[in-house]
Design a protein around this ligand. Structure first.
Ligand code: HEM
Length: 410
């Protein structure tokens, strides 16, 4: 059972992004702060800052001198600041100059051609999920039955992990992102370390090249930096990162898009009747419902927009708030399905910009293509019952819907 959250006295001086109210109302909170207190603060978590203007978020994301990525998820356990040559999950927790090396290693498996090769598999899987949803009688949960499954299945395939381990991945993510706490003790055999170490040892003992059908774990186990094999912590950290960064993020985007379409049947019809709109719609879903807020740790005392940022303070980088800034986007608070100019920050800004964006876009567009093709009418069972996850990855966690009209696969 998780601890009851203390009520938030003021979002400007006492914010708590892990509070359920943040999950339900974050866009209104960002708007209020942007107007009245563009850099909010809290004493919680040992002290943290929250900028909400696009300009500030972009500047901080690009400032690797004053901010380290050694801590990217705010928890009770603050990492040592002493630089993050690698951090616990490279490249996202690495600072320059090591960051570039760790990032470069991971680029090939996420390049457009490599991702295109997964599209057919993803489409087939989405159809399977829809078959199950329409076969169920009455209300179904579109998060549990659809959005949450897609990224889990695809990353398991890429990593060569059993497709049936999806529930384990979800538990690992919950422990890291949604409920990080120093007080919770997780039995060793239920940890991600224990699980992945077994698979890494197996790949070291039975190596396969990429030509022989090697997977992403084989790839990392055999990779080198200037002729030296990667440290065990590097291999583990990067795999853990791909599981954590690749799953909740994308399912939140797919879920938010379905939540939107359930309440805006005209947009559902537009996507079905006018497929040319779809690429614009994908970018607008990403902008408007951006799920990912990252954290940094202040590396040097400095002035942060008039606020005294102190070495060791946490800072949240709410890219979703940047996406709603009226200084950056015309009609920022409106969802415009065919918005033409859309330089959103959903995938971050600066050197850590999302490495999995080709994969994320592919999954989101295939998931929506198949949904729009098969489900012609659906509605939320009860808008009040939709629960948005709070914390650094925000998206609809429970999404009960009722399907009115669907068609078989053509
Ligand atoms: C809609 C889905 C996604 C969103 C919105 C998203 C968002 C982000 C953001 C905002 C960052 C920047 C982090 C920072 O500044 O600290 C990031 C980094 C990253 N993402 Fe994603 N992500 C998504 C999907 C994925 C997927 C599917 C993968 C791979 C399986 C992935 C892998 C990564 C990695 C490895 C990084 C670190 C890059 C670096 O440090 O150089 N992401 N993502």
């Amino acid at each position: 059972m998780e601890a009851q959250k203390q009520p938030v006295e003021s979002w400007a001086t006492d914010f708590d992004h892990t509070h359920p109210d943040w999950g339900q109302n974050a866009p209104a909170i960002w708007d209020e702060l942007r107007e009245g207190c563009p850099v909010a603060h809290t004493e919680r978590f040992g002290g943290a800052w929250l900028p909400t203007r696009h300009e500030d978020i972009a500047a901080i994301a690009r400032d690797t001198e004053n901010y380290t990525s050694n801590g990217v998820v705010i928890g009770e356990n603050r990492a040592e600041i002493a630089g993050a040559p690698m951090g616990y999950a490279p490249p996202i927790t690495s600072d320059p100059p090591f960051h570039k090396i760790a990032r470069r290693l991971l680029l090939p498996p996420f390049a457009p051609k490599a991702i295109e090769a997964l599209e057919h598999y993803t489409r087939e899987y989405c159809h399977e999920l829809i078959d199950e949803l329409v076969a169920a009688d009455g209300a179904v949960d579109a998060a549990e039955g659809y959005s949450q499954n897609i990224p889990v299945r695809i990353i398991a395939k890429m990593l060569g992990l059993p497709e049936t381990d999806g529930d384990k991945f979800r538990r690992f993510i919950h422990n890291v992102i949604e409920a990080p706490s120093a007080d919770r003790v997780i039995p060793e055999e239920e940890t991600m370390e224990y699980y992945l170490t077994g698979h890494i040892i197996n790949r070291r003992q039975n190596p396969r090249s990429q030509e022989e059908g090697g997977d992403l774990i084989d790839y990392l186990v055999q990779a080198d930096i200037e002729g030296m094999p990667l440290a065990d912590e590097h291999v583990f950290g990067s795999i853990a990162l791909l599981i954590i960064a690749g799953i909740d993020t994308t399912w939140s985007s797919i879920g938010a898009a379905i939540w939107h379409l359930a309440q805006n049947p005209q947009d559902l019809a537009r996507l079905r009747d006018d497929p040319e709109t779809r690429p614009f719609a994908i970018e607008e879903f990403l902008r408007f419902y951006a799920p990912v807020t990252m954290a940094r740790i202040v590396a040097e005392d400095h002035d942060l927009g008039g606020c005294p940022a102190k070495r060791g303070d946490w800072l949240l980088l709410p890219f979703p708030a940047a996406n709603r800034d009226p200084e950056m986007f015309e009609d920022a608070d409106k969802f415009i399905i065919d918005r033409q100019s859309n330089r959103h920050a959903a995938f971050g800004l600066g050197i850590h910009r999302c490495l999995g964006s080709n994969l994320a876009r592919m999954e989101l567009s295939v998931a929506l293509d198949v949904w729009v093709e098969r489900i012609h009418e659906f509605e939320l069972v009860d808008p009040e019952s939709v629960r948005w996850s709070p914390g650094q990855i925000r998206g609809p966690k429970e999404l009960p819907i009722r399907i009115g009209a669907s068609v078989p696969r053509s």
